[in-house]
Design a protein around this ligand. Sequence first.
Ligand code: CA
Ligand code: CA
Length: 189
Amino acid sequence: MKIKYLVLIFILVSASSLHAENGISLSPPEYPDGLYLETGGGSNPENIWLEAGFSGSASKNLEYRIGICHLGVDAVDQYFTGINTGFRIKASSFITPFAGLGFYAGYASEDDNAENDNIDNDNDGIIDEDNEKKENIDKSLLGFYPETGLLIRFSNNSYISVSAKYMMTNQDKKKDFAVYSLGFSVSYK
Ligand SMILES: [Ca+2]
Ligand SMILES: [Ca+2]
């Protein structure tokens, strides 16, 4: 996994040098406010991260983010939907390292059998039909994480991020995990 990211960074750095050689001019380094997609995962325990959200600038070197995030965690055998929010401190060069902190709050739901509760749970006009189900919020996950990575700005209105988070959760300590992500951000202007 780490090697893949190193190769990716190498390709992006090379591409960005080519841009410079070809005389494509970028305005002074500034990371635009915009929308982002971030996808990632990790092992030990295995996890999958898929997020879409908004990022803005609190100042030139401080970015805040908020998104809807789906997070699958193998250790608890659950797939959570929730809100991820955080901030990142960064420099303003075309390629810059960043460090940040974030917070995740999500929940997982399960369908329980509802054939015998005398309620039309799915509003289809029939009470307690065969296979009637009701949604049961089964578990919540709260997490806090430090994060570090690289931002690579390759045009005036878009950039890529590669990052690593270490998620500490309200579950058993053994269920804390690292998430390695690739993100893409584009200005909404
Ligand atoms: Ca029904
Ligand atoms: Ca029912």
